[in-house]
Design a protein around this ligand. Structure first.
Ligand code: IPE
Ligand code: IPE
Ligand code: MG
Length: 246
C-alpha cells in the first residue's frame, strides 16, 4: 500500500487545480461539467490530505485574472463555489478542518462571501488541517497591497523604513500566519505559476502532472507525495551540509 511509503509529508501543500475545461472538452461536455467534476476532486483531496496529516492545504480555485473569462462561466463558478461551501462547512467542522480564504475579497459576490465567512467563523477554533482557498487571488496584487499597507505604516510613523526586510514583509501578506508551501502541485501539464503565491514559493518544490484536475485521484496524489519525499531541499546550501556531513 502506498500509504506506508510516506515517511514525511509536506507541512504545507499548495495546488494549482488546472484542466477542468480540457477534461470536459475531451469528452464533448461543457466546461462547467469539468468544473463540477473538479469540485468532486477537491472534496476527495481535502479528505485525503487531512487524513495524511498535512497541516496546510492551499488550493488555487479562482484567480484575479479568471474574472476575465466569459460571464456565464464566471457566474457558474461562483454558484458552484457557493454550493460547495454550503455543503462542506458541516463536514469541515466534523473533520476538525480550519477554513479560510485568501485573495481580493471585495470582488467576490456578497452571498458567496457570506457563506465563506460563515465557514471561516465556525471552523476558526479547529485544530486540524488548515484549508485555504485562494479566490480572486493574484500574487502581484497581494504583494502590491502589502507594499501599500507598509507605506501607510511608514507614513504614520509606526514603521521605520530600515525595519523592512524579507521577514517583516512576509507579515503583511495574506499568508502571514502560515509557513511557506513545501510542495506545489500543478495539474494539466502546464508548467507555470500563473500569478500564484509568487513570494511564498521562493523555495517550494514544484511538481507537474499531465493529469487534468478532475482525473487527479488518490493514486496521483500519493505518487506526487512519494516524489516529494525524494527531494532534497537545500535552501542554497550544499548537499553535504544538508545531510549534516560538514
Ligand atoms: C481550472 O481549470 C479551474 C479554474 C481556473 C477556475 P480551467 O478552467 O483553467 O481548465 P482549462 O485550463 O481550461 O482546461
Ligand atoms: C490558474 O489556472 C488559476 C487557477 C487554477 C484557479 P488558469 O487556467 O487560469 O491559468 P492560465 O491562464 O492557464 O495560466
Ligand atoms: Mg486552465
Amino acid at each position: 500500500m502506498l500509504h506506508g511509503k510516506l515517511s514525511k509529508v509536506p507541512t504545507h501543500l499548495a495546488i494549482i487545480m488546472d484542466g477542468n475545461g480540457r477534461w470536459a472538452k475531451a469528452r464533448m461536455l461543457q466546461r462547467i461539467i469539468g468544473h463540477q467534476r473538479g469540485v468532486e476532486t477537491v472534496k476527495r483531496v481535502v479528505e485525503e490530505c487531512s487524513n495524511l496529516g498535512i497541516r496546510y492545504l492551499t488550493l488555487f480555485a479562482f484567480s484575479a485574472e479568471n474574472w476575465f473569462r466569459p460571464k456565464t462561466e464566471v457566474k457558474a463558478l461562483m454558484l458552484l463555489l457557493k454550493h460547495y461551501i454550503i455543503a462542506e462547512t458541516k463536514r469541515m467542522v466534523e473533520d476538525n478542518i480550519r477554513f479560510q480564504v485568501i485573495g481580493n475579497r471585495p470582488e467576490l459576490p456578497a452571498d458567496v462571501l457570506h457563506h465563506l465567512d460563515e465557514a471561516s467563523r465556525v471552523t476558526a477554533g479547529n485544530s486540524g488541517m488548515t484549508l485555504t482557498l485562494a479566490l480572486s487571488y493574484g500574487a502581484r496584487q497581494e504583494i502590491a497591497a502589502a507594499v501599500r499597507r507598509i507605506a501607510h505604516e511608514v507614513a504614520a510613523g509606526r514603521i521605520a523604513p530600515d525595519e523592512i526586510n524579507d521577514t517583516s514583509f512576509a507579515g503583511f501578506l495574506d499568508t502571514s500566519h502560515m509557513p511557506d508551501p513545501d510542495f506545489l502541485i500543478r495539474t494539466s501539464g502546464e508548467m507555470r505559476i500563473s500569478n500564484f503565491l509568487l513570494w511564498q514559493l521562493a523555495y517550494t518544490e514544484l511538481y507537474f502532472t499531465e493529469k487534468n484536475w478532475p482525473d487527479f485521484d488518490r493514486d496521483e496524489l500519493m505518487k506526487a507525495l512519494v516524489h516529494y519525499q525524494s527531494r532534497e531541499r537545500r535552501f542554497g546550501k550544499t548537499s553535504d551540509q544538508v545531510k549534516g556531513r560538514i
